[in-house]
Ligand binder design. Structure first.
Ligand SMILES: [Zn+2]
Length: 98
């Protein structure tokens, strides 16, 4: 019964090594990961400047890897500085409005 009821996917799985992985990859493409450089920036900001600076000092750059699609976003010190300066500006403006 089971031998006769193989789906095309199962047959291909038998033939192609690592086919399961391929199906998984296809699914992720159709699902379309919503990550972007902007989103990882928000993540960096939420981690806090101090933490990010420590990573920068140790690694020379900050790498954010998306757990869903495996996309890697790299940030150099210059970009980090700009990012947090901008955050600081926005926070100061907010303070002034109070
Ligand atoms: Zn992603």
């Amino acid at each position: 019964m089971i031998d006769q009821g193989l789906s095309p996917e199962e047959i291909l799985k038998e033939i192609l090594e690592g086919f399961r992985f391929r199906i998984l990859a296809e699914r992720e493409v159709s699902y379309q990961c919503q990550c972007s450089r902007e989103r990882t920036r928000n993540l960096l900001v939420s981690m806090g400047r101090k933490e990010i600076q420590e990573i920068l000092e140790e690694e020379g750059q900050v790498e954010v890897k998306c757990h869903f699609c495996g996309g890697v976003y790299c940030y150099e010190k210059e970009e980090i500085d700009k990012l947090f300066d901008k955050v600081k500006d926005i926070n100061e403006k907010r303070e002034n409005k109070k």
